[in-house]
Design a protein around this ligand. Sequence first.
Ligand SMILES: Nc1nc2c(ncn2[C@@H]2O[C@H](COP(=O)(O)OP(=O)(O)O)[C@@H](O)[C@H]2O)c(=O)[nH]1
Ligand SMILES: [Mg+2]
Length: 298
Amino acid sequence: MFDKLRKVFKNIIDVATTRTITDKDFEELRETLLLELIENDVAYQVAEEIIEKLREIIVGLKIRRASGNVKHLMLGKLKELLLGFLSSLEYFDLIREARNNSPLLVVFLGVNGVGKTTTIAKLGYMFRVNKFKTLLVAADTFRAGAQEQLAEHGKKLGLPVFTRPYGTDPAAVVYDSMIYAKQNKFDVVLVDTAGRMHTDIDLLEELRKIVRVTKPHYKILVVDALTGNDAVEQARVFNEKVGVDGIIVTKVDADPKGGTILSVSYEIKKPVIYVGIGQGYTDLRRFDPKWFVDKILQ
Ligand SMILES: Nc1nc2c(ncn2[C@@H]2O[C@H](COP(=O)(O)OP(=O)(O)O)[C@@H](O)[C@H]2O)c(=O)[nH]1
Ligand SMILES: [Mg+2]
């Protein structure tokens, strides 16, 4: 996980702690550093900001004999720098929200293949473990097999799955599912929506309608860590056209880079709330900025 980005930071720490870097030296490092960050899915603007702050940290840093101290000092400052991108965003916890709203309605957005259905199943498992009565809703009434896929997870997890015939207006499906959930005293309703391309106007309109009609407590965007810039673009479009409250980044276990997490939240100023770290039901982790930054600067 994040090996490549870790290496970028390790290199810069090594350079800055073995000799004193002047402004001119830094200018020479700058281009390479920018490219390395971008190659690791760090969005351009984020990379530029990181580099500017790095300059402040390392230019003129006096290297004394006790270089261990310099290294320690630099690590602390870098940690602060990276945390600055993440910790200013207002984090929320779906478990706590489920205690405050009954039933809690959460709609998941995202393009095909990012891991949306799997993530909903993982969250269903998490809620079940925490003793919340949970309903999964198949609001993708378009793609053949979409309902069956969710139903299969429901069966394995022992969670009911609300469906309506293919072709039904997804907004009506979600609306009806909330009536059903209230009647049957569910605590949490998790809605799987159709994932086509984020450039698909019809899909975006369909999602807007779900939001307009059912007023979910949270709209969560699911993106794939491995898609880098694409994930950032998806975040921008979904946030602009539908609205996004929080982000889940999947496939982090298979991501050698690491920049996607920094970049998506920077782009839309919304927090990453969970990360997917595998294909099993327990492979979901509450996102903790400190965990992320520690992994990058290990
Ligand atoms: N390694 C890994 N694979 C994942 C993760 N989340 C989902 N996947 C896989 O991604 C693929 C697509 O998942 P799916 O939930 O069907 O995507 P959807 O089209 O967005 O609903 C499946 O093979 C999942 O097992 C994750 O966190 N890590
Ligand atoms: Mg799906």
